[in-house]
Design a protein around this ligand. Structure first.
Ligand SMILES: Cc1cc2nc3c(=O)[nH]c(=O)nc-3n(C[C@H](O)[C@H](O)[C@H](O)COP(=O)(O)OP(=O)(O)OC[C@H]3O[C@@H](n4cnc5c(N)ncnc54)[C@H](O)[C@@H]3O)c2cc1C
Length: 323
């Protein structure tokens, strides 16, 4: 039970056609970020309770990993879920939670014991209507303004132990696996916006005349746009290769991290270069390029920063100095 991953990625690419970045973000969390671990490791009962209505669109899901003191350093989260009888009692808080102020449930990462940080965590399906859950604030952001991002606190929240996904203590590992899908999803959803903005820039600069000729006729402009289009195609190829390997059952952490890194870098390059060619118009809120300049800036930060991707790639290349 669950969404077929290659279908999911095809949907992610297609969602890029929607001009409002917040909608693909919310659907991405729903389909590719908060649910893969439940799909793979959850009990049938949990899937029936949380996954089925989420896929049907009756439930909004959110993913609770990041905290105020632990974003890049996931192992350092402080939220605890302490077993008392047949319940977990949850205390702590989560930060930057997409769809957090309207979600029906959260895929929560919490410390369920005091063991080593990679073996003391668990993923738990947490209904968001339980006593003790406080949505503190909707965060005011530079971009993705149509996606709600919340800070959430937990105060003695009681949830049945049967809401545990898979085995206790495996949450960190499950989340690292889940991140592969999140990162590939993020890459896929950026491709069409990048192509769209390159095409809109071609259309605009073709009709905009400066010094008596179209802006596009300057070689620096059309060469730059051609170069960016080539880079987007390269990114698509890497994405498709990683997805094909993943669907065959391989660990694609290295390729997913490379694609996510490249997507972060490239979205910044494409939106910045294109915006420049629009002149003053590019600096207004009337055109898509300025919105994508803000919205896509998130790709280098959300789901793990560029530097986190570099650290993972280095680890797989065995060139990261050991502690
Ligand atoms: C709009 C938005 C939506 C989000 N949605 C969710 C969500 O739904 N669920 C969720 O759990 N989280 C979510 N996040 C959180 C996101 O995953 C984190 O912001 C991200 O992992 C970075 O963590 P941080 O913000 O704490 O940055 P920090 O960990 O404080 O890092 C700050 C900066 O330090 C640098 N850095 C970090 N590590 C290294 C290193 N090893 N070497 C060199 N430099 C380094 C990087 O430049 C990084 O950007 C969201 C964030 C945003 C902005």
């Amino acid at each position: 039970m669950g969404l077929d991953f290659s279908y999911n990625i095809a949907v992610a690419e297609e969602l890029g056609n929607i001009r409002c970045g917040g909608i693909p973000m919310a659907i991405g969390v729903q389909a590719g970020m908060a649910t893969p671990a439940l799909t793979r490791f959850g009990s049938d009962e949990l899937k029936k309770q949380f996954l089925v209505p989420t896929i049907a669109g009756d439930f909004v899901a959110c993913l609770g990993i990041s905290e105020t003191g632990a974003g890049s350093d996931v192992a350092n989260i402080k939220t605890t879920a302490v077993r008392k009888g047949n319940e977990y009692v949850i205390n702590g808080g989560k930060m930057w939670i997409t769809s957090g102020s309207q979600a029906d449930w959260m895929c929560l990462l919490a410390n369920t014991s005091e063991g080593p940080p990679h073996q003391n965590k668990s993923l738990i399906c947490l209904p968001m209507n339980l006593p003790g859950i406080h949505v503190a604030k909707k965060i005011d952001k530079l971009g993705m303004r149509s996606s709600d991002t919340a800070q959430i606190f937990f105060e003695d929240v009681r949830v049945p132990c049967k809401n545990l996904i898979g085995e206790e203590g495996n949450g960190f590992t499950y989340q690292m696996l889940q991140f592969q899908e999140e990162r590939l999803w993020g890459v896929a959803s950026a491709l069409i916006p990048l192509e769209t903005i390159i095409q809109e820039t071609i259309d605009y600069t073709r009709q905009r005349k400066v010094f008596g000729r179209p802006v596009l006729h300057n070689q620096t402009v059309h060469f730059r746009l051609a170069e960016l289009a080539a880079e987007v195609e390269l990114l698509r190829s890497l994405l498709h290769r990683a997805v094909a390997l993943y669907v065959e059952g391989n660990d694609v952490t290295k390729f997913a991290s490379m694609a996510k890194l490249k997507a972060g870098r490239l979205t910044r390059e494409v939106t910045d270069s294109c915006l420049q060619f629009w002149g003053g118009m590019g600096f207004t809120n009337e055109v898509l390029v300025s919105r994508l300049y803000r919205d896509l800036r998130l790709v280098s930060i959300g789901g793990g920063s560029d530097e986190t991707m570099l650290s993972i790639i280095c680890k797989y290349m065995d060139i990261l100095p050991r502690k």
